[in-house]
Design a protein around this ligand. Structure first.
Ligand code: HEC
Length: 104
């Protein structure tokens, strides 16, 4: 009941404020969202295992990371977030990340 009274008070306040300003259509430029992983070794395995919970951007927006850091990241996805990734696939994924997203 209190909630309904609140809505009525709010409605009255809006009515008192007079006519609403006219709204104009606006368009905004959204940043491009990388939906796919760029080509590289084992990219199919990466695509199959790493897009279930978040976009490729979550991975691609990271700085260039050394292989052990990527290995730890994939382990985190498996252990903390329960990503169902086999040992074999995890190794292939770390190879991809080390090849495509590591410092030279
Ligand atoms: C079971 C769901 C799931 C899968 C599958 C998954 N992730 Fe994640 N990932 C998450 C969650 C949850 C976060 C944290 C999101 C947040 O902080 O908003 C995350 C975040 C990340 C981050 C950002 C850094 C961090 O540690 O938070 C990276 C990089 C990442 N994931 C890489 C991967 C890679 C590579 C794969 C494929 C091997 C993968 N993820 C698969 C759930 C998953």
């Amino acid at each position: 009941m209190a909630a309904i009274a609140g809505v009525l008070v709010l409605a009255a306040a809006v009515a008192e404020a007079g006519p609403l300003p006219a709204f104009k259509a606006q368009s905004v430029e959204l940043p491009a969202d990388a939906a796919a992983f760029p080509d590289g070794p084992n990219v199919k395995t990466v695509t199959q295992n790493c897009l279930a919970c978040h976009s490729a951007d979550m991975v691609l927006d990271q700085p260039l990371l050394a292989r052990p850091t990527w290995a730890a990241e994939v382990t985190k996805m498996r252990n903390v977030y329960k990503a169902p990734i086999s040992d074999a696939d995890a190794a292939l994924i770390v190879d991809y990340l080390a090849a495509t997203h590591s410092p030279p």
